[in-house]
Design a protein around this ligand. Sequence first.
Ligand SMILES: [Fe+2]
Length: 407
Amino acid sequence: MQLHPLPLPDSADPLKLKNFGREVTGINPCLASADEFEQIEKALYEYDALLFRNLDLSPKQQHELTKRFDPTATTYAHLGGGVTKMQNIKGSILSGYLNTIPNVPQVQLIGHGHLTDYHNIPDVTLKHGHHSAFHQTRIPPEEEQNPPNGVTPTRFFRWHMDAALYDLEPPKVTTLYGIRVPQGPKQVVRYDDGTGDELPVPLGTTAFVSGKTMFGMLPPDLKSFAVRARAKYAPRPFAWIKDAKAMSTGLGIATKGLEKNLDELDDWDEEKVKTYPFLWKNRVTHNLHFMVHPCAVREIFVDPLPADVPRRDTHLYPDGAHLTDLDEVRTLLYRMQRPAIAPRLVYPHDWNERDLMVFHNRGLMHSVVGLFREDDLRVFHQCNLAATDQPEGPNEEDRAGIYGLMD
Ligand SMILES: [Fe+2]
């Protein structure tokens, strides 16, 4: 088994991305022995994403491979109680994009275009997320159709990790397998946030950013905040924001009061509401990854600084806090996450047919990108499994190291 750096686009900062992702050759992951699988798993946590090319992979094999990264996991990430229907995403922003493969309900069919008689699905129209369905502003349709400089503009649809964030624990690993990959000219992601940031991308890329970099690049005061912070998610968060609209960067929601009232949501239970640390500890490298779903968060808890840590003016909330003002919560989070989606820090994967990307879903964020023509056909299989354990946060030693940065 050999590991090779992923080819980086000119937009990428090679120093920042040099340890992000590896292409794995010399092994079929589905046929890996226990020792070989251990090496693959270690590489995944070290590099956060692994690419296998030219792989033949049935839905059953994909499920088995995904489960190997978390043998105690059983159900799809958004699927509750062993049922085979996607009832947890009914009435949510996710329904319409995910189609369960009947024989292997842990695997979802995603993409763009119309399919008939596909893995026992008689007829289905796949829908690739277009920002106009989710963002509060949109690229003018006439600019999409007739781009001023000839390059079709697009946006990051929604930055996220794959997780229900209610009732079920976030999957450790997602596998994404490209079966039909439409070819076409490059497009350009517009950030449209006043920065002028733009990122050239291959058609239909999946964009990735590292949660480790997101944390590592924060200034000391925000690091000291992050090690003490926990995000409390809304009950049934993706139904809660069904009518809300996102920022133009796809990084969280613009606060306009469009969230549903909690009593409008389907039956929910406070015990199933999730609160997770901002930082999730990598199980192999023990690095801390900034992992907060900006669309789903509703409140933030901040622990006070320990008594023996010298108080500095720059510490945020030195005495602890419970932030419940949605605008304040989102504004603070955006300030912490936006730097890490700068064009030079994004890895936009250039898909080929039969590429399998295996990614560390507890260590990075990703987004759908791109605008397809009506007759483009894109077919992907996605699998991730709700974990049986919670993400681990920073320990006392991690925290003490971060407080030391303020000295
Ligand atoms: Fe995803």
